[in-house]
Design a binder for this molecule. Structure first.
Ligand code: 13P
Ligand code: SF4
Length: 300
């Protein structure tokens, strides 16, 4: 059994497995910690093992490595990357910094280490509103996700937002028309969505929040049926914490193809052969650590 093998290898190698809610159920089941990206970033700073196997996409493992330079961090699949992490450029950031003297570059954690080096603070969907509200700066350049940026801006009207064109291809493929159809098919269902969805979709939501936020909302809400506006990997945890509640997707293929690349076989492989280790250049890591640690501080 692969699960047994992984358990044994983990002990031998003194490794811990962190998994995001978007990876396959069998991978979630063997993980030591499962959570949203903020929770996983925090956990990564607290684990005692020498090695972290990150069942997620590259920016997650990279952030774990930057926050813990002394640990060895491994990705089960070296090509599991979040396309949105690359959807801002150094040039754009430098241009905005020139244009606005007091601008704070607020960087969604779904971004490359290079983008983080040019940023003032990182955020995730579970802490972005709180952190942006508490920044002293009036001007905010929000990278790379325009949809999370817009969602935050709507709740912090006292600040001036500059948006960037990045987006999550999975969440922006959920169209308003599909939401309306799902609502018509399930008139008693509440609609919970991730802020990476477009504003047109979010306006129909009863709840907007991170993957953990959505799971908690479904668990605590009085309703019995829910339309879920995020990757369907969250269904596994919801079925554990709120058994019996009925869950519907907006479209049939609500998956993150990169998260799906993580498999038990590949976890065995990295544990056995020490493959796909993450290395971040020292200078980059030093600079990228600042916005990440500032996020951990400001989110408290
Ligand atoms: P969460 O921080 O809500 O887990 O989101 C991560 C992500 O990649 C959403 O697409
Ligand atoms: Fe990136 Fe979207 Fe996948 Fe999240 S769901 S990891 S934002 S591609």
């Amino acid at each position: 059994m692969l699960a047994e093998k992984i358990k044994k290898l983990k002990e031998e190698k003194n490794a811990v497995i962190l998994a995001h809610y978007y990876v396959d159920e069998d991978v979630q089941d063997i993980a030591d910690y499962i959570g949203d990206s903020f929770y996983l970033a925090k956990v990564a700073t607290k684990v005692e093992q020498d090695r972290i196997i990150f069942a997620g996409v590259e920016f997650m493992g990279e952030s774990a490595k930057i926050l813990n330079p002394s640990k060895r961090v491994f990705m089960p699949d070296a090509t599991a990357d979040c396309p949105m992490a690359h959807m801002a450029t150094k040039e754009e950031i430098l241009k905005i910094k020139e244009q606005y003297e007091d601008v704070a570059v607020v960087c969604y954690i779904n971004s490359t280490a290079e983008l983080k080096t040019l940023s003032d603070v990182c955020v995730t969907s579970s802490n972005a509103v709180k952190i942006v509200k508490n920044l002293p700066n009036k001007n905010i350049f929000f990278i790379p996700d325009r949809n999370l940026g817009r969602f935050v801006a709507n709740q912090v009207p006292e600040k001036n937002f500059i948006f960037n064109a990045g987006h999550c291809p999975r969440h922006t493929a959920m169209f308003e028309s599909m939401v309306l159809e799902a609502k018509e098919a399930h008139p008693n269902a509440k609609f919970a969505a991730h802020p990476e969805c477009t504003e047109e979709v979010l306006k129909h939501a009863d709840y907007v929040g991170s993957t953990s936020g959505i799971i908690d909302y479904v668990k605590d809400a009085d309703a019995e049926e829910f339309i879920i506006g995020t990757v369907d990997g969250v269904f596994h945890e919801i079925e554990k914490v709120a058994p019996g509640k009925k869950l519907y997707t907006i479209k049939p293929d609500q998956v993150c193809v990169n998260m799906k690349k993580v498999t038990l076989d590949k976890i065995v492989d990295v544990l056995e052969n020490d493959t796909n280790e993450i290395f971040v250049e020292e200078e980059v890591a030093k600079k990228a650590m600042l916005p990440l640690t500032r996020m951990l501080e400001l989110a408290k």
